[in-house]
Design a protein around this ligand. Structure first.
Ligand code: UDP
Ligand code: MG
Length: 334
């Protein structure tokens, strides 16, 4: 089955949706039954005030996740499923869900109940108060290995340094986006997507709610080390071109000590008349000069490559949050 994106959005007879939940799923057959229970309890509290949809994106699972998604979707009309043709990875599955979500507010949530669905109620509250982006910030993380915690900590610090990221520390992918924030995000066409950083980039009014991250309801993490390394690389490379500037730093690191050493040796020779191996100073000078010139030019190339990269992302140049006056037409203001 193929899905036509235009059919899913904005058709006149489509029911109005207030809250969309977007749930990326990869081999979560053990978790899904628990997740549905948790979700149904939250839907019960939201309806009838809000019309809710739960968009479950199957990221090419090889277990029975899709069958479970099909059966819940036929049982409850709030649930709907999308199945990707293969495993594209969490960030892409999430982006797919964002693309199809119809709600006035969209909440992304994991299927393993590490993000308790009930926190969504507080997020909706903040959204009603005017926030466009509501981050759920983890105060504690139970049931995760010290290794994951330590690497996550190191990673967020590094990212903050390199990419001047704007999203709060310890915010995962559990968040609410208002319609306009979502549309801004969907306008960013880049392919290597580090959604967290992109959400930080779009700005708008933000708020946070705190929650205690729970252990997984069942099964094992679908983020093995290599996927985390890939995510970290995407995060740093997609949000900054600082690494390209390393050549500048290296040029300095190479040139300065060698030049100092050369000057010292020349002083020995000129002032104190110490014997020198013939040709040594000129050789060192040549090596240092060439080495640092090459590194410097590499750094310069990096600046250009970085700019080409920035341009090729084709992000919107700006996003407008508000305008006054708000009315349109020619009516005179009084
Ligand atoms: N996930 C996905 N595609 C992947 C890996 C993970 O859609 O390639 C989903 C997974 O099913 C879960 C969410 O992304 O709902 C977060 O993954 P996980 O819980 O394994 O990550 P962790 O919480 O351990 O960082
Ligand atoms: Mg998890």
């Amino acid at each position: 089955m193929t899905i036509d994106s235009s059919a899913s959005r904005g058709t006149p007879d489509a029911p109005r949706i207030d809250i969309s939940f977007v749930v990326p799923v990869y081999n979560e057959e053990e978790c899904l039954p628990f997740f549905y229970q948790g979700m149904l309890a939250v839907i019960k509290r939201l309806e009838p005030r809000y019309a809710v949809e739960v968009l479950v994106v199957d990221d090419g699972s090889s277990d029975s996740s899709w069958e479970l998604i099909e059966s819940i979707s036929s049982e409850y009309k709030a649930f709907a499923g999308l199945r990707l043709s293969r495993n594209f990875g969490h960030q892409v599955a999430l982006s797919c869900g964002y693309h199809f979500a119809r709600g006035r507010a969209v909440i992304s949530i994991d299927a393993d109940l590490q993000d308790p669905p009930a926190v969504a109620l507080e997020m909706i509250q903040k959204w009603e108060e005017g926030a466009d982006v509501v981050y759920a910030v983890r105060t504690t993380r139970e049931g995760e290995s010290w290794f994951k915690l330590a690497t996550a900590r190191l990673f967020y610090r590094l990212l903050r340094r390199l990419a001047s990221s704007r999203e709060p520390f310890d915010a995962g992918d559990f968040r609410l986006l208002s319609r306009r924030a979502l549309e801004a995000l969907n306008r960013m066409p880049e392919r290597h997507r580090y959604v967290r950083g992109m959400v930080g980039w779009i700005g708008f009014r933000t708020a946070t709610v705190e929650y205690a991250r729970q252990p997984r309801a069942a099964g094992k993490t679908k983020y093995p080390l290599w996927k985390m390394v890939r995510l970290a690389t995407d995060a740093i490379v997609s949000m900054s071109f600082t690494p390209l500037r390393l050549a500048y730093v290296m040029a300095g690191l190479v040139a300065l000590p060698f030049l100092a050493y050369l000057v010292y040796n020349l002083l020995l020779w000129v002032i104190w008349d110490v014997e020198m191996v013939k040709g040594w100073p000129s050789m060192i000078l040549a090596i240092t000069a060439f080495g640092s010139a090459i590194l410097f030019v590499l750094g310069l190339m990096g600046e250009y490559v970085g700019r080409i990269y920035e341009e090729s992302k084709r992000r919107p140049l700006f996003l407008v949050a508000d305008r006054v006056p708000r009315h349109t037409g020619n009516a005179k203001r009084d």
